[in-house]
Ligand binder design. Sequence first.
Ligand SMILES: [Zn+2]
Length: 109
Amino acid sequence: MSAVIMPLSAEEKRERNRLSQQKRRERLVEELGIEEFRKQVATQVKEYRAKKKETVPVPVPVENPERPKTVDGKKYCECCKISITRANWARHLKTSIHLKNCEEVKREG
Ligand SMILES: [Zn+2]
């Protein structure tokens, strides 16, 4: 004779789960005392949070890729964020756009 075990419904499973968790907690409180139990729970929570933090990918701040100051006879203007040919460099430094950009860069720090 074999006993037929009725599968538990989702709700029954949840209830069983809840009860077993509660039982485990009650037993732990009995074993450890409420103070120690609370301490353990706090530690577990801390560990859980630390673990969670570890697994969450931290966005890596993208540094400005290092740009060579001079490329193929061009100079890179930090203020305007553009490359300018050496031939035009001296002229560029005097342009109002460049001066304005430099002012803004200075102001922003
Ligand atoms: Zn410039």
